[in-house]
Design a protein around this ligand. Structure first.
Ligand SMILES: Cc1cc2nc3c(=O)[nH]c(=O)nc-3n(C[C@H](O)[C@H](O)[C@H](O)COP(=O)(O)OP(=O)(O)OC[C@H]3O[C@@H](n4cnc5c(N)ncnc54)[C@H](O)[C@@H]3O)c2cc1C
Length: 261
């Protein structure tokens, strides 16, 4: 099994700040982590490798410091990793992100399974997995909560739905996104930590991927963020006048008007 796991570096805070000039995240001085859902994706890849043999490769697209998520992935079981980093990739929307990842996956060679997290905790769209499958021309299963079996080029998984689960069989290669119920990610091993420190991680640019810079990053994005803002909460107090019975009656009217009773 050749397994590829896509991991993204995200801010380690729900309190993200937006630059009002550029409408992008202010990343300076913010501690980063591997997107939590992607740690489940990696763990599942490593478990499949342990069960069926093969290799797990970790891939991320991001600025040079995103290399850290790949070193962390190696410390917890990935065999190798590649960083996709180029100023041309900056400002990518989900489509441009998926396109860059798809080009890298195709360059990495034949694969059986691509595993992504169900969504990120910053962008939060859950679009990259399905877009990736579409671009690679392979089948896709979302919200996978258990890998049941892999045999004869077929994968059988459980996927979570609102009121239970579905069992899906799909031919390989395929892309899946996983939920946190799928496993408990392991801690780094001592051997893994040692390897992670010394292993060479190649960095692929747009040129190395044979990509026209106009098709990736902000210029290759089909969407533009026009405005990002936090809604202002306006509290409007009202003091009820009159004697107590009329205040109560007015209060009940107000609550009814607001459909609160
Ligand atoms: C309309 C729009 C405009 C945007 N404009 C900008 C912008 O101008 N500048 C900017 O910095 N960001 C921008 N973003 C955010 C950027 O598009 C996303 O961070 C990125 O495309 C990934 O989308 P997501 O975080 O929603 O991932 P999801 O679709 O929620 O991620 C699902 C899974 O895909 C994989 N994945 C996602 N991203 C990566 C990655 N980079 N590397 C490896 N695996 C990955 C992971 O396994 C992840 O769990 C924009 C987003 C939108 C929706």
């Amino acid at each position: 099994m050749n397994i590829l796991v896509c991991l993204k570096q995200v801010p380690d805070t729900p309190d993200v700040k937006i630059d009002p000039q550029t409408n992008t995240l202010i990343r300076d001085g913010i501690k980063t982590i591997t997107n939590p859902f992607d740690t489940y994706a990696l763990e599942e890849g490593v478990r499949i490798k342990e069960r069926y043999g093969g290799r797990v490769s970790a891939v991320t697209m991001g600025p040079p410091q995103a290399e850290q998520v790949l070193r962390d992935a190696i410390s917890t079981g990935a065999d190798d990793a590649v960083l996709l980093s180029d100023s041309a990739f900056a400002g990518a929307d989900t489509l441009a992100t998926a396109y860059t990842l798809a080009r890298a996956i195709s360059k990495l060679g034949p694969y059986d399974l691509v595993i992504c997290g169900r969504q990120t905790i910053d962008g939060d769209t859950g679009q990259v997995g399905p877009e990736l499958a579409e671009m690679l021309g392979v089948s896709f299963v979302a919200y996978v909560s258990r890998t049941e079996e892999i045999s004869d080029g077929w994968l059988r998984v459980r996927r979570m739905v609102e009121d239970g689960y579905e069992v899906i069989e799909t031919p390989l290669p395929a892309v899946i996104t996983v939920v946190k119920e799928i496993n408990v990610p392991r801690l780094p091993s001592l051997r893994g930590l040692t390897r992670a420190k010394s292993v060479a991680i190649p960095v692929w640019t747009a040129q190395e991927l044979g990509i026209d810079p106009g098709t990736v990053g902000l210029s290759g994005s089909a969407t533009r963020v026009i405005k990002v803002f936090f809604p202002q909460r306006v509290r409007r107090g009202e003091t009820l006048q009159g004697d107590l019975p009329s205040q109560v009656s007015r209060l009940v009217d107000r609550l009814r008007e607001a459909h609160l009773i």
